[in-house]
Ligand binder design. Structure first.
Ligand code: T1G
Length: 701
């Protein structure tokens, strides 16, 4: 698209309107800033124009710089929009709908006034892609709303709804969401057209609150989640510059701090993850534009931990949801758990009490299948046993309206075996939530053999509707996420047989960036869950590699936090995992009984033994076409297993090491440990042809 039709100008009386039209989100792609400068400068020089409005065409204001352009060595702009706005002799109003994010909000902050519709959101989310606001946002926002409020927005990267933005002082006026924004903005421009002096944020002073070191406090606050990262700290330094320096010096400091980030591995990985999440929406076997089912009401069968969490996802999205349980007692227990979950959020301050009341009111009880018949979607979330699930599906098949989505939350069981007991297998798919369902963002969308593209597309759209990160896969034991994780779960226990200890493994993985170590996670989830899965697989596969140490713990009644002891021991009321000499002795004893001589492990070996085993399994999953592409594996690992986002994802991280090196190491472990380490055929071919994991699907055909 040429500059001409990316940004154009309209006259409305003596108000000039500059319209940015770069679908889908009006990113500041090449030609857009140039077009803005051209029209603003022309309007400022035109005697017939007394004020101007900048507005976005389509569904949004400007959503920020074009993230795809970073790293392409784009020459700096001859003249920036921010300078054009501030040097204009006439007032300029930024009119915001949809989003004003990053460079978009920075454009608005350089204007003289800001008006928005109530449904709009603004923010400086650059830290989420490992950057910082590089268009003056770190210097203007602290001057406009104070350094403390600015620090919160810039370091969190959160989107701020227009009403809150007005309260903070970012917006001068908020109009109803259904108002004609252009008209309102023109009216506002007429009102202020003669107002002088023109107010510029650069002329304000960012005053620190008395007696508070907000910067040290913020560093302390983020220290755990910002481990191993630089962007959050550079954002803090940039805001500090707004307090300590003159505006233009602060801009220079902002630029220096930005340049430190733009080519960092952290930002490249975070930008990769941003696009991987969007790439996951593109399903090669589901044509673009496949009709999706509109979801206005939902039902969940099962009021257990998962069922309750899933119901909360709908309520959080403002969708009425029924929860069906045959027993009143189980239903009440489920509702109690839902209320408790919300109360925890209210206590933590992340949810207003009034909002909790609204959401709880959206969740209703059902004790008979007939009551949920009219729901647009039903999600089965009952006990993980095939017979039980098939019985539920016979019932929902009997009662649900013909065009309802019938989804199962099973984490591993065969979707086709569930679908085959119904009269409409084509309407059935998997919607696998991760525990806790109301918190974890991943939604694994599983296609059965007969699942239609419409059902898959509708389930993916449902995922976005309830603010999840959906990613699709085919049907196999464990689907994509859990199947790719299974070798990791085995390898971590097998290493104990060789002399490693749970606390050493957990330390390595926490230092790598996981919020919790895998053994502590097991204790949190409950060790009996994995035990049942291992028993099922051992029955099905005589060659299944059992994990005697893990089984022994469960047989000793050490199920994890819920019994006060598992891999670690726990003091009453304290979730902190403590190494337990009983477990150390058990490991040493069983390792000796296996004829092993305990040896030491380097941190690198521990990390690669765990992650390479899953990379190899992911290659098998890609080879079997259960997954479309490696970046979907990354989405599963980022959102399902807490893989550190600033490392991009499992396959992105492996690419950082190199396919050949990964292959060589796996081949060596194949020699040392036998078949479980046999390199997948696809991995061998990738190494032979020097193809990256991210391009692996090109060899799958
Ligand atoms: N650059 C390039 N492409 C973008 C983009 C961006 N900033 N934002 C979205 N897209 C693409 C996206 O990949 C997808 O493409 C399509 O638009 C729809 O997006 C100088 C340095 C605005 C909340 O971080 O948060 O400004 O898949 O599916 O769910 O200081 O997009 O269709 O091919 O996400 O409605 C700061 C990033 C940049 C905002 C809309 N801005 N975008 O969500 O749609 S750095 C951001 C979003 C910066 C300055 C600094 C979301 C959204 P495709 P979507 P959505």
């Amino acid at each position: 698209m040429t500059e001409q039709n990316l940004v154009y100008f309209e006259r409305h009386g003596d108000i000039g309107v500059v319209i940015v039209d770069n679908p889908p989100v009006n990113a500041l792609s090449p030609g857009v800033p140039e077009g803005i400068v051209k029209h603003i400068d022309a309007g400022a020089a035109d005697p017939a124009i007394k004020a101007m409005v900048v507005i976005g065409a389509g569904r949004s204001f400007i959503a920020g710089a074009d993230i795809r352009q970073f790293g392409k060595g784009r020459p700096p702009l001859a003249r920036k929009p921010y300078d054009a706005y501030e040097q204009s002799s006439k007032p300029i109003v930024a009119a915001i709908h949809g989003y004003a994010l990053g460079g978009g909000l920075e454009n608005a902050l350089a204007c003289h006034y800001r008006i928005a519709v109530a449904s709009a959101k603004v923010g400086l989310p650059e830290v989420l892609i490992g950057l910082l606001p590089g268009g003056g946002g770190t210097q203007r926002l602290p001057r406009l709303i104070g350094p403390k409020a600015a620090l919160d927005l810039i370091v969190s990267g959160r989107h701020v709804p227009a009403p809150e933005a007005a309260e903070l002082g970012i917006l001068d006026r908020v109009v109803p969401s259904d108002a004609d924004l252009k008209l309102e903005a023109i009216k506002f421009a007429n009102e202020i057209s003669d107002k002088r002096p023109l107010r510029l944020i650069r002329d304000l002073v960012a005053k620190l609150p008395e007696g508070e070191d907000i910067f040290e406090a913020k560093k302390k606050e983020i220290s755990r989640r910002a481990r191993n990262q630089i962007a959050p700290y550079n954002n803090i330094k940039a805001v500090q510059a707004a307090v300590e320096m003159q505006f233009d010096d602060g801009l220079k400091r902002e630029r220096e701090l930005f340049e430190e980030l733009v080519n960092s591995n952290e930002s490249k990985a975070l930008r990769y993850a941003f696009f991987a999440e969007r790439e996951a929406q593109k399903l090669p076997d589901v044509p673009k534009g496949t009709p999706v089912k509109t979801i206005k009401t939902a039902a969940v069968v099962g009021a257990g931990t998962m069922g309750g969490g899933i119901a909360m996802c709908f309520a959080d999205a403002g969708i009425p949801v029924q929860v069906l349980e045959i027993s009143e007692e189980a239903l009440e227990k489920g509702f109690e758990r839902i209320r408790n979950n919300y109360e925890v959020s209210v206590k933590r301050g992340s949810l207003e009490a009034a909002e909790m009341v609204k959401r709880v009111a959206l969740i209703s009880k059902a004790t008979a299948y007939e009551q949920i018949a009219e729901a647009d979607v039903v999600i089965e979330a009952v006990f993980e046993e095939m017979g039980v699930k098939q019985q539920v599906f016979k019932e929902i098949d009997r009662v649900m309206k013909p065009d309802a989505l019938l989804l199962t939350n099973t984490s591993a069981l065969d979707i086709d075996q569930i679908a085959e007991v119904t009269s409409r297998p084509e309407k059935i798919g998997g919607a696998h939530f991760f525990s806790p369902a109301n918190v974890m963002k991943l939604l694994e969308v599983v296609k059965g053999a007969k699942t239609t593209p419409e059902v898959t597309a509708s389930t993916m759209a449902l995922g976005k509707l309830i603010s999840k990160a959906p990613a699709a896969c085919g049907n196999c034991d464990g689907f994509l996420a859990n199947r790719s994780r299974t070798p990791f779960n085995s390898e971590m226990v097998i290493m104990l047989e060789e002399g490693c200890l749970p606390e050493q493994v957990d330390k390595v993985m926490v230092e790598f960036g996981y919020p919790m170590g895998p053994f502590a996670v097991g204790d949190l989830a409950g060790l009996d869950i994995g035990y049942a899965g291992r028993k099922r697989r051992a029955e099905a596969d005589p060659n299944y590699r059992t994990l005697p140490i893990a089984d022994k713990l469960v047989e000793m009644g050490r199920l994890g936090q819920k019994t006060g002891a598992g891999w670690f021991k726990y003091e009453k009321g304290d979730r902190t995992p403590h190494p337990d000499p009983i477990v150390t002795d058990l490991i040493n004893l069983m390792s000796k009984d296996m004829g092993n001589t305990p040896r030491s492990f380097t941190d690198e070996e521990i990390l690669k033994r765990l992650l390479f085993s899953s990379v190899n399994e992911a290659c098998k999953i890609l080879e079997e076409k259960i997954s479309y592409r490696a970046s979907d594996v990354d989405i599963m690992w980022l959102y399902g297993f807490g893989f550190p986002r600033y490392r991009g994802g499992l396959m992105y991280w492996a690419d950082g090491i190199g396919v050949q090196q990964v292959y060589n190491q796996i081949a060596a472990w194949h020699q040392a440990y036998g078949d479980r380490w046999a390199p997948s055929d696809l991995l061998r071919r990738l190494a032979d042809k020097k193809v990256s994991f991210r391009e692996a699907h090109t060899l799958v055909g």
